[in-house]
Design a protein around this ligand. Structure first.
Ligand code: PLP
Length: 353
């Protein structure tokens, strides 16, 4: 058995994988595979509808106020899509990690971008709490709720006097949150939502009324909403698997239960990092992510010894991002507490060997 701490694509619940594997052979006794049905078929239209309603139900949002889109191109395409649709004059970005920096770079193709907060000068080890700018003059503010590479996370969502847009790729549906605070949020599915191949975009319909630019079809959120994410062939399999995963979220008690489970896993691991003299956490304590736990060895020359301990227990995906080094334990929704227990046990054994 493997204990999957991969940062993305990442762990999915076993029950979801089992159902998916059945559906690849025969979707609900239809005699057809999920991979060979039309995106215009009633079977797939039902999948789209169900997935949309699960997203809204889990987020606590109404279908009257919010549109739900399933798009190609990952979260990275949303970096430019958001700006193409909503950056008319000036937008404010909080620069809290490499993904934020990439979002800023893409937005600059469309208008003036100002960094209203940044932790870049301190290796992105914390979340800046306040903005250096009156946000009422901005088209929108963009934040990254969880910084996958550095292991920091907004514990509270900042207030703004303009629309708030968030990249939630690595912590979507991992905690209870007032999703109504956001005018738009998006996520590449492959971290906490489903397999690679689809990006979820949830957008307030009033925000769509602010679009001024003439847009090519594939960049136009309004068109994708009118066409129910089927302007062109949507990523059928990725959406279907996302639907199953959202059903799993619901059956497992929704965000309240997951919030509790994820907090438990995170505190267990951070407590060990703080207690064990062999390790050091990377992020500022108040801003620690409950999804990606980034830590280092105090003595990096002992790497081979520690690696051997966890690798021989079937733990995978623990190496840090190439830009930070050290270790990163991604502890997404589907990861069980017992996998974190095992990692903590490995850290103790390493200390006591
Ligand atoms: C992984 C990640 C991305 C990039 O997602 P793609 O779907 O690969 O484009 C963007 N933002 C955050 C926060 C991420 O973790």
């Amino acid at each position: 058995m493997k204990h999957n701490f991969n940062p993305g694509p990442s762990i999915l619940p076993k029950s979801v994988l089992e159902k998916v594997s059945q559906s690849i052979v025969d979707l609900d006794d239809s005699g057809l595979s999920i991979l060979e049905i039309s995106h215009r078929s009633s079977a797939f239209k039902e999948v789209l509808e169900k997935t949309k309603h699960l997203v809204l139900e889990i987020a606590g949002l109404s279908v009257t106020d919010y549109g739900v889109l399933f798009l190609h191109g990952g979260a990275s395409t949303q970096f430019l899509n958001v700006a193409a649709n909503f950056l008319n004059n000036k937008a404010g970005y909080s620069n809290t990690g490499s993904w934020s920096a990439k979002a800023i770079k893409e937005a600059k193709h469309y208008g003036q971008v100002i960094e209203i907060a940044s932790s870049a000068f301190s290796d992105y080890s914390y979340i800046p709490v306040s903005f250096d700018e009156d946000t009422s003059t901005l088209d929108y503010v963009h934040i990254t709720t969880n910084n996958t590479i550095y292991g920091t996370q907004y514990s509270e969502i900042p207030e703004t006097d303009c629309p708030l847009i968030a990249d939630m790729s690595s912590d979507i549906f991992s905690r209870t949150l007032d999703y109504q605070k956001f005018d738009l949020f998006y996520a590449g599915a492959q971290k906490n939502l489903g397999p690679a191949g689809v990006a979820l975009v949830v957008v307030k319909k009033t925000l769509l009324e602010t679009v001024q630019r003439q847009l090519p079809s594939m960049l136009d959120y309004r068109l994708h909403l009118t066409k129910e994410s089927s302007f062109n062939t949507p990523p059928v399999f990725a959406i279907y698997t996302t639907m199953l995963n959202l059903q799993w979220v619901k059956e497992n008690g929704g965000l309240k239960k997951l919030n509790k489970k994820n907090n438990q896993k995170a505190s267990l691991l951070y407590s060990e990092i703080d207690r064990n003299a062999k390790f050091r956490g990377f992020a500022n304590k108040e801003d620690r992510s409950h999804m990606n736990v980034v830590f280092n060895l105090v003595d990096p020359t002992e790497k081979e010894i520690f690696d051997h301990i966890w690798e021989s227990e079937g733990i995978v995906g623990l190496n840090g991002h190439r830009s930070v080094g050290g270790y990163r334990a991604s502890i997404y929704n589907a990861l069980d507490l017992k996998s974190v227990d095992l990692l903590v046990d490995c850290m103790k054994r390493f200390e006591n060997r």
